[in-house]
Design a protein around this ligand. Structure first.
Ligand code: SAH
Ligand code: SF4
Length: 437
């Protein structure tokens, strides 16, 4: 039986969803979800963290800042929040005392709560982040966000939704039942949380012993939308968040260093290119429609031909700005020599990079990762066709931080609570069990 979390009926701002348990089993393309976006300026007492310039402007107007001052005040707040990483209005020394007092009465600079931080032995960090509640019946959505440091770059993998409505058969997030869109502020807040944690603000320091890039650049230099969710099903907020993240007077991330990964929401791809002007990654994973229908069920709506045509039309595509094609290596499913040759044939003429991803197993998954020799052989064929260095090194495996393994703790607890209720064990037992999953 599916549990119906019908919060949205009571609270128009609230998130969750009615998602059928049987949807995936029945081979549905998508689970049903009520995607209510909590948009607009922060209500009284809410945090200003993550807001766009327009939302900040509305928040200032709402506490009586005169129209003629708005532009200047937004610029001041923008600098403190996004350039300096201010955590308190009292730091804003060039903002008058009176306005600072008004601001702190009405708003905060609170970050979403970091429920847990896990650090892998390879330096990868994973945060479980709880968003503030949107109403009396919402405990606050939880999402995961992963930081992958290398010597010359630091990549932050962000989520665009809580869970995902799509049901790709090899992806753990796809099994999550709770689904809602994240607001642009919630997407930006993931970068703020990461910068706080690794000391990536002027005058801040990384924690003792932390692995961060040593090339003199920002500790978070790249963003990939490869966490939970399908970014192109939340394109408005994803585009707004990218605008904030790439703003030259604030967080200053280059759009060329932001990559949005999609399972293939063809009708939104052009808009992404035109409005966000970021790099694009496509979760291809199969070279025949019959198999892709099964692995990435959105293929039944938009098939491989339509997807590749949309890639060819992606704004700004050139040899210097290639599309990344992601291909998960599933043993005996999509990893033959013939598959590799067909992959190369299909991508002919598209400026492309190919990223082979070793499958990351999760409890209950029905696939195995291809053997290493098979991956090498596959990559050799792809390499001979002119595509360089394609295998993605798994990172953070010991903390389940790798691609497609993200699934929120709330969701796991809920599943455990259900299981225990069925067995007649009280809810307190859920917490007593700890988090040994
Ligand atoms: N929804 C978007 C972005 C998030 S998933 C998309 O599907 O593109 C990020 C990448 O991880 C995708 O390429 C996805 O197919 C891949 N992925 C999902 N589950 C995986 C797993 N268990 N092992 C390896 N890669 C996985
Ligand atoms: Fe959603 Fe991407 Fe996972 Fe598919 S692979 S279920 S689109 S998060």
């Amino acid at each position: 039986m599916a549990t119906v979390l019908d919060i949205a009926k009571h609270n128009p701002n609230a998130a969750p969803v009615a998602v059928s348990d049987a949807a995936r089993a029945a081979g549905f393309i998508e689970k049903k979800a009520e995607l209510n976006v909590v948009a607009g300026a922060a209500p009284g007492g809410a945090s200003l963290i993550g807001l766009t310039r327009d939302q900040l402007k509305d928040s200032l107007a709402a506490i009586g800042v005169p129209e003629r001052e708005l532009k200047m005040r937004v610029a001041q707040l923008w600098h403190w929040i996004y350039f300096r990483g201010a955590k308190d209005f009292s730091e804003m020394t060039n903002v008058g005392k009176e306005l600072r007092a008004k601001l702190s009465q009405a708003y905060t600079l609170a970050r979403p709560q970091v429920v847990s931080e896990q650090v892998s032995k390879d330096g990868t960090r994973k945060w479980l982040i709880r968003m503030p509640s949107t109403g009396p019946l919402d405990k606050g959505a939880e999402i995961e966000c992963v930081y992958i440091p290398e010597v010359d770059r630091g990549t932050l993998c962000v989520s665009s939704q809580v869970g995902c409505t799509l049901t790709c058969s090899f992806c753990h997030t796809g099994t999550q039942r709770l689904v809602r869109n994240l607001t642009s502020a919630e997407i930006v807040a993931q970068l703020i949380v990461a910068r706080d944690s690794i000391g990536d603000w002027p005058h801040a320091m990384p924690p003792e012993g932390a692995f961060v890039p040593t090339d003199g650049g920002r500790f978070v230099s790249n963003i990939v939308f490869m966490g939970m969710g399908e970014p192109l099903y939340n394109i408005g907020d994803v585009v707004a968040a990218i605008d904030v993240m790439s703003d030259g007077e604030g967080l200053t991330l280059s759009r060329r260093r932001i990559t949005v990964s999609t399972s293939g929401v063809v009708p939104q791809m052009e808009r992404l290119g035109a409005e966000a002007n970021t790099m694009l990654a496509i979760s291809l994973h199969a070279v025949r429609d019959e198999l892709r229908d099964e692995l990435v069920p959105i293929n039944r709506k938009y098939d491989i031909k339509q997807l590749l045509d949309a890639c060819r039309a992606y704004p700004g595509l050139s040899n210097a700005r290639r599309i990344t094609f992601e291909y998960v290596m599933l043993k005996g499913v999509n990893d033959s020599d013939a598959d590799a040759r067909e992959l190369v044939r299909l991508l002919k003429g598209i400026p492309a990079k190919i990223n082979l991803i070793p499958f990351n197993p999760w409890p209950g998954s029905k696939y195995e990762c291809s053997d290493w020799e098979r991956i090498e052989r596959f990559s050799e064929i792809v390499y001979r066709a002119g595509y360089a260095s394609p295998v993605r090194t798994p990172r953070g495996r010991d903390i389940l931080a790798a691609c497609g393994q993200l699934k929120s703790e709330t969701e796991k607890l809920r599943a455990r609570a259900r299981m225990m209720a069925e067995q007649g064990i009280g809810a307190e037992g859920v917490y007593a069990l700890g988090d040994g999953e």
